[in-house]
Design a protein. Sequence first.
Length: 170
Amino acid sequence: MIGEKMQEALNKQVEEELYSGYLYLSMSAHFSDSGLPGFANWMRIQAKEEQMHAMKLYDYINERGGKVTLLAIKQPPAEWPTPLKAFEDALGHERYITGLINKLMDLAIAEKDHAANSFLQWFIEEQVEEEATATENVDKLKMVGGDGRGMLMLDREMAQRVFTPRAAGE
Ligand code: FEO
């Protein structure tokens, strides 16, 4: 059985992950509108990953005999002045999410909730990857520095991304 505090915190995290998906989908829409279909593809797949993160939490709450309560998702921004700024925002957002996951782990430890502790381990590792990927994207965009040919190349590279969620223990 899941504790009340943990249930509330995990429900909040479902919302945070759904918002992450909403934010990246908004970035995808923005890139589609800006003539960068590869960037749009990358963000669309990122949004799908976030949906998967939310559903992982959703399933866990149910599995532990808890109750999922969906909260309101706020409206994300719709425009970014440059692709670099969008990816910088994505990195900042991932750092924020890492902080939330760490707080969830703190709660699992404080509550002596070993099942939640074990479950959250996947998210701890996932955030290492999320931040590393976001940093890599920011670095690439900084290197290109808005140069047309470089942007085109990067757009082609981002068009290659496919949805490959990381399984448990990978
Ligand atoms: Fe669900 Fe990008 O962290």
